[in-house]
Design a protein around this ligand. Structure first.
Ligand code: CFM
Length: 547
C-alpha cells in the first residue's frame, strides 16, 4: 500500500475538543459524531460520519431546504420546462437565478424560461381556503402566454401544510392540455433535513414523468449523458467544448444548459457519467435498472481529473480512434494548463485551503488545489450522506431514519421493451478484470490525508474556531459565510456561485481557478482588514429616531 499522507501542522484533536467543549453535553455528543479526524485504513476504510441528520435547532447551519434542492438545483438549469413555484412569492423570487446556472439557447427565438420567475404568489386567502384554484389559473395563464412543452409545479412549505394536491392539479390540467406534460413535485421545504431530499424528489419525478418519453436518439456516436453538472458559471459550456473536441456525442446534461427533449430521450444514450454523486446518483441507478445503461463517476474539476475522466470514457467505448483523439486533446490542452499551473504553483505551494460546500464540491475542488500544491486541511459537506464521505461501500449499512423514509424510494423494473444492456456480460467481466469500476464512488475521506478534520454540516461558530486554529490561506464556502471569514482576514472563495466568475471545470476552467486562487492567497489586502469587533467587543445599535 502506498504511504498515506499525514497532515501534522495542526493537532486536529485539539481543534475538535475546542469546538465541542462550548456545547451543552447533548449537542456535543451529536456534533462529536459529525466532526471526525480522518484516518484511512486498509481497503480505504475510514471512520464513520454521522451525515444527513437533522441540524440542532438554534444552530446557524449553512444548509438550504428541499424546495431549493428540487427546483433550484436539479431542475433549475433546464430552460424550456416552465417552472411554477406554488407558494408565497419569496420562495420563487429568491430561487430565481441566484445559483448562476447559465443556459445558451441555440437561436434567439428558442424557448428560454430562465429569465422568468413564475409563482402563484399565495396570499392569506389561499392559505385559509386552499390554493389549487389559483394554481390551475396560473397554469391556464402560462399555457396561453408561453405554449410550453412541459410544466413543473414546485411545492413550498405552506402547500404541504394546507394540503393542496399539486399532483391532482397536474393530472386535471394535463387532461385539459393533452399536449403539455404537466407534473408536480412534493418538494415542500421541510421534507427531509436539507436540500438533499429535494434532489431525490426531483430525480424520482424526472425519471417517472420525463425520461423515456421520446425514443428517437440524437444522431452521432459514443452517446453520453452527463448527470449532475449544472452549468454554474458556464462549467457545462467548457465540458461541452471538450466532449465535442474529443468526438463524444453529448446526449444530455442533467441539467446544465439542457432542454426537455434531451431528458425525454436520455434513455437512448450509451453511457451515463456522474459528476455530482450526491444530487443525482438516484437517476443513474434507476436508469441502469430500467434501461441497462451503466454509469460511472467522473470529475471534470481539476485538469488531471478531467484528463482521467475523458480517458475512462474513451476506454469504455473501446474505440481506437476515439482513444487516440482523446490523447491528442489532453496533450494539447495540458500544454497551456501546465505553463500557468507551474507559475502559480511556485507562489501557492504549501498554503492551506478549507472547503465547506454542499455535497460534491468540497471533494472535487481539492483536486484543483492540490494541482497548485495547496493541501486541504479541513473539509465537509453541508448535506451529503455517508456514502459521499465514506464511499458507496457503506450504502448497505446506512440506517434509514424517519426523515429519509419521508422520501419515496421507487421500485424500478426492467423496461419490457427498451431494456438493453449496453455491454455484454463478457465485456463487463473483462472491464472488472482490468479494474475498471462502474457504479462506484469512493467518497471524500479516502482521498484526504490522515489527520485532516472532516466536519459535516458546519456552522458559523465552528467556522470561526477553524479560522482561529488553522489560519488557512483560503476558505471556500458560500455567500452566507463570505464576509464573516473575510473580516477575520482570510480570503473566501465562493464555490457555489464562483463569486460571479468561472468556469472552473475542464482545462480552461482549471486555468481560471489557478489564477484566481493565486490572486486571493497572495494578496495582502486581507491582512489589513480590521473587523468591527477588533475595536469593540460587541456591536452596539441605536434606533434611527431622536426625541
Ligand atoms: Fe451537487 Fe451542485 Fe454540490 Fe448540489 Fe448545491 Fe451547487 Fe453545491 Mo451550491 S448539485 S451537491 S445542492 S455540486 S447549489 S451546483 S454549489 S450546494 S456542492
Amino acid at each position: 500500500m502506498e504511504e498515506k499522507n499525514v497532515y501534522t501542522a495542526v493537532d486536529p484533536e485539539h481543534v475538535r475538543d475546542s469546538i465541542l467543549k462550548k456545547y451543552p453535553a447533548k449537542i456535543a455528543r451529536k456534533r462529536a459524531k459529525q466532526i471526525i479526524v480522518n484516518n484511512v485504513g486498509d481497503n480505504d476504510l475510514v471512520p464513520e460520519m454521522l451525515a444527513n441528520a437533522r441540524t440542532v435547532p438554534g444552530i446557524l447551519t449553512m444548509r438550504g431546504c428541499s424546495y431549493a434542492g428540487c427546483k433550484g438545483v436539479v431542475l433549475g438549469p433546464t430552460r424550456d420546462i416552465l417552472q411554477i413555484t406554488h407558494g408565497p412569492i419569496g420562495c420563487g423570487f429568491y430561487s430565481w437565478l441566484t445559483r448562476r446556472n447559465q443556459t445558451r439557447p441555440e437561436t434567439l427565438d428558442d424557448t428560454n424560461f430562465m429569465p422568468y420567475a413564475m409563482s402563484t404568489d399565495l396570499q392569506e386567502d389561499e392559505i385559509i381556503f386552499g390554493g389549487e384554484k389559483k394554481l390551475k389559473a396560473a397554469i391556464d395563464e402560462a399555457v396561453a402566454l408561453f405554449h410550453p412543452k412541459a410544466i413543473g409545479i414546485f411545492s413550498t412549505c405552506p402547500v404541504g401544510l394546507i394540503g393542496d394536491d399539486v399532483h391532482a392539479v397536474a393530472r386535471d390540467m394535463e387532461e385539459k392540455y393533452p399536449d403539455v406534460n404537466i407534473f408536480g413535485f412534493s418538494c415542500e421545504g421541510y421534507k427531509g433535513v436539507s436540500q438533499s431530499a429535494g434532489h431525490h424528489i426531483a430525480n424520482n419525478k424526472v425519471f417517472t414523468d420525463v425520461v423515456g418519453l421520446i425514443d428517437t436518439p440524437k444522431p452521432g456516436n459514443f452517446k453520453v449523458n452527463i448527470l449532475g453538472e449544472y452549468n454554474i458559471g458556464g462549467d457545462a459550456f467548457e465540458i461541452e467544448r471538450l466532449m465535442a473536441k474529443c468526438g463524444f456525442t453529448l446526449h444530455s446534461t442533467f441539467s446544465g444548459n439542457s432542454v426537455y427533449e434531451e431528458f425525454a430521450s436520455a434513455h437512448t444514450a450509451d453511457l451515463n457519467v456522474v459528476m455530482c454523486h450526491r444530487s443525482i446518483n438516484y437517476l443513474a441507478e434507476m436508469m441502469e435498472k430500467k434501461y441497462g445503461i451503466p454509469w460511472f463517476k467522473v470529475n471534470f474539476v481539476g485538469a488531471n481529473s478531467t484528463a482521467k475522466s475523458l480517458r475512462k470514457m474513451a476506454e469504455y467505448f473501446g474505440d481506437k480512434n476515439l482513444m487516440a483523439t482523446v490523447e491528442t486533446v489532453i496533450k494539447e490542452e495540458m500544454e497551456s494548463v501546465e505553463k500557468i499551473r507551474n507559475e502559480v504553483k511556485s507562489r501557492c505551494e504549501g498554503k492551506t485551503a478549507m472547503l465547506f460546500v454542499g455535497g460534491s464540491r468540497a471533494h472535487h475542488y481539492q483536486d484543483l488545489f492540490s494541482e497548485i500544491g495547496m493541501p486541504t486541511v479541513s473539509a465537509g459537506y453541508e448535506f451529503a450522506h455517508r456514502d459521499d464521505y465514506e464511499g458507496r461501500k457503506v450504502l448497505g449499512s446506512i440506517v434509514v431514519d424517519a426523515d429519509t423514509r419521508n422520501i419515496e424510494e421507487l421500485t424500478v423494473e426492467k423496461d419490457a421493451t427498451r431494456y438493453s444492456p449496453r455491454k455484454s456480460e463478457a465485456e463487463m467481466a473483462a472491464f472488472a478484470k482490468d479494474g475498471f469500476e462502474f457504479s462506484d464512488y469512493k467518497g471524500m475521506m479516502a482521498e484526504m490525508p490522515n489527520k485532516t478534520l472532516i466536519i459535516d454540516d458546519l456552522n458559523h461558530y465552528e467556522a470561526e474556531v477553524l479560522i482561529e486554529k488553522y489560519k488557512p490561506a483560503i476558505f471556500c464556502a458560500g455567500i452566507k459565510e463570505k464576509y464573516v471569514i473575510q473580516k477575520s482576514g482570510i480570503p473566501l472563495k465562493q464555490l457555489h456561485s464562483y463569486d460571479y466568475s468561472g468556469p472552473y471545470a475542464g482545462f480552461e476552467g482549471a486555468v481560471n481557478f489557478y489564477q484566481e486562487i493565486d490572486r486571493l492567497v497572495n494578496s495582502n489586502m486581507f491582512r489589513f482588514v480590521k473587523a468591527p469587533w477588533q475595536g469593540n467587543p460587541e456591536l452596539a445599535g441605536s434606533y434611527g429616531w431622536t426625541k
